[in-house]
Design a protein around this ligand. Structure first.
Ligand code: NAD
Length: 259
């Protein structure tokens, strides 16, 4: 059984993680939530009197699941290191240099993982897309399309970048090979280019499609998110993995046995 502490407990993700953990009492034990306002999980709509604290407690061995705010990531991970608590963080917006420095620093002391997308399906897609790109070679043009709701403020999505990066890494390409949208007199497509295109419409939760098109055939790999529970389920799976893992920096591919 995995003991968990959810940092960002009152947020959209935190609430779903707690609700899904509470549905699996044989697998997860909720020690506490942490957010800006103290109370109990009952205040968050759960049938539990476990506390919601305003600071992370020292609870050696409990796994911290963090979906909060990028500004507090360094203090969260340092607390985990100081108290021997594994950490699974899905908080986005942490500067890559900060992320690397903190995770590398912590890896010698605790099992830790950060993933910008915790969905099991997306992480399997990353793996499959990279392997497909490598096998198909440069004769197949690769384009990535993503669709999100009309309130999303950034483009392309972090997941579209993750797909493009995974393909680039597997095939010796870099971000310089990526083209974002096309307009005007673009000239013919460059060999090896990875095109990325963002659609914004309605209440789409998150669609990603990778196109591999060669002369005479095409392969399309797609992922459609129906709701945010996919991220919460992935986070809980990561927490269970980290509890059993020795100190080190892990990725979702390790959790899923794809490494
Ligand atoms: P949200 O704003 O609904 O929730 C964030 C919660 O964190 C809030 O309740 C807030 O009060 C709390 N919080 C902020 N600072 C805190 C602090 N210093 N101490 C304690 N609590 C604090 O946001 P959300 O939609 O739940 O997303 C949270 C984070 O997770 C964001 O960075 C988001 O981009 C990311 N996210 C990641 C994935 C993934 O798969 N990795 C999926 C969805 C969202």
């Amino acid at each position: 059984m995995t003991p968990i502490i959810v940092h960002g407990a009152a947020g959209r993700m935190g609430r779903r993680i707690l609700a899904l953990a509470a549905e699996q009492p044989a697998d997860y034990r909720i020690i506490a939530g942490v957010d800006r306002q103290a109370g109990t999980l009952r205040d968050l709509g759960l049938a539990s009197d476990a506390p919601v604290l305003t600071a992370l407690p020292a609870e050696r061995g409990a796994v911290v699941i963090d979906f909060s705010h990028h500004a507090v990531f360094p203090s969260v991970i340092r607390h985990c290191v100081a108290n021997g608590m594994p950490l699974a963080s899905g908080t986005t917006g942490v500067a890559p240099s900060t992320l690397d420095a903190e995770l590398i620093g912590a890896a010698g002391r605790i099992a830790c993982l950060h993933a910008g997308n915790m969905s099991v399906g997306v992480n399997v897609l990353l793996d499959v897309a990279a392997r497909l790109a490598k096998a198909l070679g440069l004769d197949y043009d690769i384009e990535i399309t993503e669709a999100h709701h009309n309130q999303k403020v950034d483009a392309p999505s972090g997941t579209a970048f993750a797909l493009a990066d995974a393909i680039a890494t597997a095939t010796g390409r870099t971000r310089a090979d990526m083209t974002y949208g096309r307009e005007g007199q673009t000239g013919a497509r460059r060999r090896g280019e990875i095109g990325i295109h963002a659609l914004r419409m309605g209440d789409v939760v998150g669609d990603h499609m990778v196109w591999f098109v060669g002369g005479g055939e095409r392969i399309q790999l797609g992922h459609v998110a129906h709701n945010r529970d996919i991220f919460a389920r992935g986070a809980l799976r990561a927490a269970a993995f980290l509890l059993a893992a020795k100190a080190g920096r892990y990725h979702m591919r390790d959790v899923l046995g794809l490494a």
